[in-house]
Design a protein around this ligand. Structure first.
Ligand SMILES: N[C@@H](CCC(=O)N[C@@H](CS)C(=O)NCC(=O)O)C(=O)O
Length: 231
């Protein structure tokens, strides 16, 4: 989920990259750790980014939100943070809320899939629903969460995909947010990342949210990813 955020942002910005997927399975999860993840991230998490093109590099970074900051400095256009100090701070805060306020409810649901009627699962779904209503209000005058399309939209779109898979569904109570999801979901960069993810899940007989099932038939053009050599 956090790697997908960065992949979408790099595609939106037209930054060439080589994508390396790490091993994952349901039993061993991320073990054995990819050696570069273990070396770069003391938290042993993906994503990590290695930029071999910096002059006294390579530059090695971890944490999707930090990677957003780096991508923005590397290629300011198209801008994915809002301009203006207050608007930018608000966008950053929304991006953080998506990862650290909304997504923890979804993480709880991962462990409660066999007990969705439990108080804990109901509380997690209620937490998600409250967040959807909070975002619905932000969309009253805007097409995107912080005004123009931004990292906040990317972060929440990916997180919500997981929420939907785990049973915290958006409903007709938040029609603007549903329209926002369709708007973001049509972006080529988003399709390019989310379609293969859904196709992978389907090929392993795992759930694909209803609103993403059309992606199972999507042929994503193969775009060769080259390491950057221009900076
Ligand atoms: N705050 C981090 C969270 C990264 C994260 O939780 N990554 C997950 C995969 S999407 C992971 O590597 N989990 C393995 C673990 O925590 O051991 C970020 O934004 O990059």
């Amino acid at each position: 989920m956090f790697g997908a955020k960065v992949q979408i942002a790099a595609l939106e910005k037209g930054i060439a990259f080589e994508l390396v997927m790490v091993p994952f399975d349901r039993d061993d999860r991320y073990l054995p750790l990819h050696p570069e993840v273990a070396r770069i991230n003391p938290k042993n998490q993906v994503p990590v980014l290695i930029d071999t093109s910096v002059s006294d590099g390579p530059l090695e970074l971890f944490d999707s939100t930090q990677l957003f900051e780096y991508l923005e400095d590397l290629k300011p256009e198209p801008a994915l943070w809002q301009s203006g100090i207050a608007a930018r701070a608000h966008t950053r805060q929304l991006e953080l809320k998506s990862d650290e306020v909304f997504f923890p409810h979804v993480i709880k649901l991962f462990g409660l899939q066999d007990d969705m009627e439990s108080a804990a699962a109901q509380a997690a779904c209620a937490g998600c629903a409250a967040f959807y209503e909070y975002l619905e209000a932000l969309l009253f005058h805007n097409d995107f969460l912080a005004g123009g399309y931004s990292y906040a939209d990317i972060a929440f779109y990916v997180a919500q995909t997981y929420a939907e898979r785990k049973g915290a569904l958006m409903t007709t109570k938040t029609p603007r947010l549903i329209a926002w999801r369709e708007r973001v979901g049509r972006r080529p960069a988003v399709v390019e990342v989310i379609a293969p993810m859904m196709q992978f899940l389907a090929s392993h007989n795992r759930g694909v949210p209803l609103h993403l099932q059309h992606l199972l038939h999507e042929t994503v053009p193969h775009r060769p990813q080259q390491p950057r050599s221009d900076a």
